[in-house]
Design a protein around this ligand. Structure first.
Ligand code: C2E
Ligand code: MG
Ligand code: MG
Ligand code: MG
Length: 284
């Protein structure tokens, strides 16, 4: 990259840098506005048990259709902008409140998910005060702590793991369900599973997409599932797109599937109809 920079010269390089900086500033501005004025949304992606087809929980995923930018902004871009703008904590709070509001609406309704997972940033999980905040919000809403699942991102490697472990232990103590997200995507998953007292692990799509043909993927999954059994963890496969993948996972003893085969993430209003529709096969 250094060579390329020199080759191109400052004259052609700078305008592009400026353009990018301007674009990022606009993104940060638009995000702050969306956060303040209700421009963000949560979509819900349900999960099913691979053996029985029963509902196995659901995940809330951030969506932003920005009028100002004229496009859907993907979560990865939202998170980066939030980080730059110092809005990570505010964003996590918004997601948490949104998920709690939905669970309040669904509480006690047969057929609807009685537990909803939210993705919380590593930075927020480093703050031990976060656990108290979560417990207070659940209590205020009159929800049992088990109505909320917190998904812990894989990128913790670069963060302060002891601080996160403290928050995670406090959340577990409070009765919140904990999942380790993107398991197998990075190098640190095993270290995390040893140090963090989670209930579930979510297998990253990068491994699932190599099913059903890649023997190396089977080897990795077999040992992951053996470990999960030893630690009494529930295993959720992410990004399950085909029945062949579901069948392979079923045979491996994986518990729960999430992915397009089950359902695409959908607006909360659509979930009632989806849940009411009959299940034809175990997962689809
Ligand atoms: P994640 O938590 O691992 O979420 C799963 C991602 O896989 C979602 O992407 C989902 O839409 C996508 N997905 C689900 N099933 C399939 C499938 O069968 N095939 C394929 N190709 N993709 C599938 P999405 O919504 O773009 O989110 C990307 C990542 O952004 C998430 O990965 C999560 O790390 C982060 N994220 C999303 N929402 C939030 C949020 O509210 N807060 C935070 N902090 N992070 C979030
Ligand atoms: Mg997740
Ligand atoms: Mg994931
Ligand atoms: Mg992922």
């Amino acid at each position: 990259r250094e060579a390329k920079r020199k080759g191109l010269g400052a004259a052609s390089f700078e305008p592009r840098l400026l353009e990018r900086a301007r674009h990022r500033a606009l993104l940060r501005d638009a995000l702050a506005e969306a956060l303040a004025e209700g421009g963000l949304a949560l979509h819900i992606q349900p999960q099913r048990h691979l053996r029985t087809g029963a509902l196995g929980g659901a995940e809330a995923l951030l969506r932003w259709d920005s009028a100002r930018l004229g496009r859907m902004v993907p979560p990865t871009e939202i998170l980066a902008a939030a980080g730059e703008a110092g809005l990570t904590r505010a964003l996590d709070q918004w997601v948490l409140r949104g998920a709690i509001a939905l669970q309040r609406e669904w509480l006690g309704e047969a057929g609807l998910p009685q537990r909803l997972g939210v993705n919380i940033s590593a930075a927020t999980l480093q703050d031990p005060g976060f656990a108290e905040e979560v417990a207070a919000a659940l209590d205020h809403a009159g929800l049992p702590p088990s109505a909320l699942e917190i998904e812990i991102p894989e990128d913790l490697a670069v963060r302060d793991l002891p601080a996160v472990a403290e928050t995670v232990a406090a959340l577990r103590e409070a009765g919140v369900v904990l999942a380790l997200d993107d398991f197998g995507a990075g190098h640190s998953s095993l270290a995390h599973v040893v140090k963090l007292p989670v209930h579930r692990v979510k297998l990253d799509r990068s491994t699932i997409e190599r099913l059903p043909d890649d023997p190396r993927a089977y080897a990795v999954l077999r040992s992951t599932l053996a470990m999960a059994r030893g630690l009494e963890l529930e295993v959720v496969a992410e990004g399950v797109e085909t029945e062949a993948q579901a069948e392979a996972l079923r045979r491996l003893g994986c518990h729960v599937a999430q992915g397009w085969l089950v359902a695409r993430p959908m607006p909360p209003e659509a979930l009632r109809d989806w849940c009411a529709a009959p299940v034809l096969r175990a997962v689809s």
